[in-house]
Write a protein that binds this ligand. Structure first.
Ligand SMILES: [Zn+2]
Length: 378
């Protein structure tokens, strides 16, 4: 088995579903880094369930200090989504028809295997500018590890290459991700006597009607690099009422929106708050709570950035954008210009039978090796 397939098989063998501690996979990555004589540091935290999680940074060509700075960071998340217990080979990397099957093979252990291979095939003693490997936890459950690193700012980064399955297309911009829980209150009453109460479902319906108009209004602010080229919103879940013959006392729904990077998450939220005010003016008894608990910003790197130009040239693929969230936004807060790239197809990720094509995996290692050469050795 080739070096990169061997590494990927070992990574896939370690079950690192987000609900578990990622201590084992971090220990594996540390052993590989130790063999390359590079310094590393763990950044531990406890997740919401008290499970010990680690972000880990390894440095080549520099050491940790009060002002650690690197030219290039290769960033990969160590966690995976859960897998169906009937997929008996989920943690046993299996090769068939030029594809490597296993949980995480595509998202994102393939990229991690490529990054390690790239470093292991580089003479790190010859680097003129420092290089970092950044491994995060809890990406799949809200980019939590990367957000902690962005808050702690343990290093400054000039350029970062963030691993996600993009079929090696360099992704230079991504939409943000925002979420709010909305609770509309009513007053329960017998449905034969509606005037004795107020239906939370009717109230929520009026508000949702307004949100549909807001969705249309959002189309006016366009960012042509995206498909669709504007902020989208969705009400994915709704629940209200307790019985068919009772006026609903409460109605809850989730409001999700994906802002284009040139628009703040608060822009849509302000439109929504204005809509709530309008409802309150029409109905002084109108009550609504909004818990906007997630506001992940998008990211954008100029198409003229040397990082984007370099990756377009190395892959022969024109850069593009994605409508989903990645850790690139957190890396931007560390000062870097970011690009998202990796082997495998996002449409294959998160599925039973997830796979990465062998040729893309090997190509990715070579692209990363050459990126290190161009950015850190010249
Ligand atoms: Zn991923």
């Amino acid at each position: 088995m080739t070096q990169i397939k061997q590494i990927l098989a070992e990574l896939v063998r370690i079950d690192s579903v987000s609900s578990r501690s990622n201590a084992e996979i971090i220990a594996y990555l540390e052993r590989r880094c130790e063999a390359m004589n590079i310094v590393m540091r763990r950044f531990p935290y406890k997740d919401d369930h008290g499970v010990e999680k680690y972000n880990m940074i390894a440095l080549a060509g520099t050491d940790f200090s009060d002002d650690t700075a690197v030219e290039l960071a290769l960033v990969g998340h160590t966690d995976t989504v859960p897998y169906d217990p009937n997929w008996t080979d989920a943690t046993n990397l299996t090769e068939r028809d030029g594809r490597l099957y296993g949980r995480g093979s595509c998202d994102t252990k393939g990229f991690i295997a490529a990054a390690l291979t790239a470093l292991e095939n580089t003479d790190l003693a010859q680097l003129k500018k420092p290089l970092a490997l950044v491994f995060t936890a809890d990406e799949e459950i809200g980019l939590r590890g990367a957000k902690r690193l962005a808050d702690a700012k343990p290093l400054r980064v000039r350029y970062s290459i963030v691993g996600e399955p993009t079929s090696l297309k360099p992704i230079r911009a991504g939409k943000g991700y925002s979420l709010a829980e909305v609770i509309v209150k009513g007053r329960e009453a017998h449905s034969a006597y509606p005037s004795l109460g107020a239906s939370a479902v009717f109230r929520a319906a009026r508000l949702i009607n307004q949100l549909e108009s807001i969705a249309v209004q959002l189309q006016e602010d366009q960012h042509p690099a995206f498909d669709p080229p504007y902020t989208t919103l969705n009400i994915g879940l709704i629940h209200g009422g307790s019985a068919k013959n009772v006026l609903a006392g409460e109605c809850r729904f989730t409001l999700e929106w994906r802002p284009i990077p040139t628009q703040s998450s608060g822009y849509m939220l302000n439109l929504f708050r204005t809509a709530i005010q309008e409802e309150t003016q029409k109905d002084p008894d109108f009550q609504c709570e909004v818990d906007a608990n997630r506001q992940d910003t998008g990211f954008e790197t100029s198409p003229d950035s040397p990082l984007i130009k370099m990756l377009e040239q190395l892959t022969g693929i024109e850069s593009g954008t994605v409508a989903f969230g990645t850790e690139a936004a957190q890396m931007m807060t560390l000062g870097s210009e970011s690009v998202v790239i990796g082997p495998g197809d996002i449409r294959e990720a998160h599925r039973t039978g997830e796979f990465v094509p062998v040729h893309e995996l090997e190509r990715c290692a070579e692209v990363l090796r050459q990126s290190i050469q161009q950015l850190c050795s010249l």
